[in-house]
Design a protein around this ligand. Structure first.
Ligand SMILES: Nc1nc2c([nH]c(=O)n2[C@H]2C[C@H](O)[C@@H](COP(=O)(O)OP(=O)(O)OP(=O)(O)O)O2)c(=O)[nH]1
Length: 158
């Protein structure tokens, strides 16, 4: 996909084994996204593996080292559509080193309880993220039925 923008995002959980909350980040720039919540992450650089890009972005933006878990399965191999030019792949993660702080691109970080999905969904996310947040919540809370396809399920390492 020439010219396509590949974005990676981290669904950073308090625990991969027994998740009860997720770390979300509020963007401070650009103006179009300022004040909106997102999965911390960013663009994959040329020649970079997506998982390596995610480790790099979380280190740069939040000052944390993470252990990656399963990828949140998306409709296409390129991931979740963000707009006509960009898609995002999302991995579960847990912090293995460091305390998250908004070092760049964000002005607030917040741990959101997974127990009541409304808490996460009531935040003003980047609009393209809502289907991803819903699928993630469904996966983590086991609400989605196996018959409903790949969306929202978790798949191990690619
Ligand atoms: N990180 C992230 N980006 C998202 C999400 N949802 C969404 O539409 N995007 C968009 C916003 C941006 O257009 C693009 C990611 O770009 P970015 O600005 O975070 O990338 P980057 O850190 O590599 O920054 P830069 O080098 O372009 O300055 O994807 C999300 O949940 N997380």
């Amino acid at each position: 996909m020439t010219g396509h923008i590949h974005v990676v995002g981290g669904a950073v959980l308090d625990s991969l084994a027994d998740p009860t909350s997720i770390l979300v980040a509020r963007r401070s720039a650009p103006e179009q996204y300022a004040g909106l919540w997102e999965f911390p992450g960013g663009k994959v650089e040329p020649g970079e593996a997506p998982q390596a890009a995610l480790h790099r972005e979380l280190r740069e933006e939040l000052g944390i080292e993470v252990r990656l878990g399963n990828e949140l399965a998306a409709a296409t191999a390129a991931g979740w559509p963000l707009n006509e030019r960009a898609t995002m792949r999302v991995w579960l993660a847990e912090i293995c080193e460091g305390e998250p702080v908004p070092l760049e691109d964000h002005d607030e970080l917040r741990w959101i309880s997974l127990g009541d999905g409304d808490e996460a969904l009531s935040l003003p996310w980047i609009p393209a993220d809502f289907p991803i947040v819903r699928a993630l919540l469904d996966s983590l809370t086991g609400k989605r039925q196996a018959s409903s396809g790949t969306s929202g399920s978790l798949q191990s390492g690619r």
